[in-house]
Design a protein around this ligand. Sequence first.
Ligand code: HQG
Length: 184
Amino acid sequence: MSDPRRKATSKFLSFVLRHEPEAVGLSLDAAGWVEVDELLKALAAHHRPLSRAELEDLVATNDKRRFAFSEDGGRIRASQGHSTAVELGYEPAEPPDVLFHGTVHRLLPSIREAGLQRMQRHHVHLSADVPTARNVGRRRGAPVILRVDARAMREAGHVFFRTPNDVWLTETVPSTFIAGLDDD
Ligand code: HQG
């Protein structure tokens, strides 16, 4: 598959598996899974034909490992990032003491006030390393890296989940646990 096609297909799969499965006539089960056969049929019916081998290749090579097959390979889902109602069923996990969030300067006043909110997603997304957070922030402009005191959050009873692609999820991060919010 060519790189542009790979990228476009990955974007479309994210759209279908995270946000609007009904756009291709699919519905996800409660945990976000869809039958691979049904997905391939739906894609073909909507002028986006993809073979099973191409899908497998795309899942295996996706830069952020956004998609995962079920153990038997019969179903597929997005590993995180949904705006549809799904319960992914990740077990709470113990985060490293510090996690990072990449954002941009213009959002800091609001984050200072409300903390990190999940916005359109189901959780706030955090990374265990600075380079990943920087790449996330860069999507919106010059990245600003916030340091989250995950250890103190855990001690205060906040729950964290880790996705198979190493994204750390939590409901909200109150600003008291965030360093790097000062303007200068
Ligand atoms: C900001 C991509 C104002 C937050 C990435 C972010 C990541 C606030 C934006 C994954 C706020 C939400 C997640 C507040 C948070 N006031 N702004 N109180 N609280 N924000 O995209 O973390 O390609 O929903 O800083 O690479 O940027 O989808 O979250 O700028 O891994 O696989 O509101 O999405 O991965 O933006 O990115 P997003 P995110 P995928």
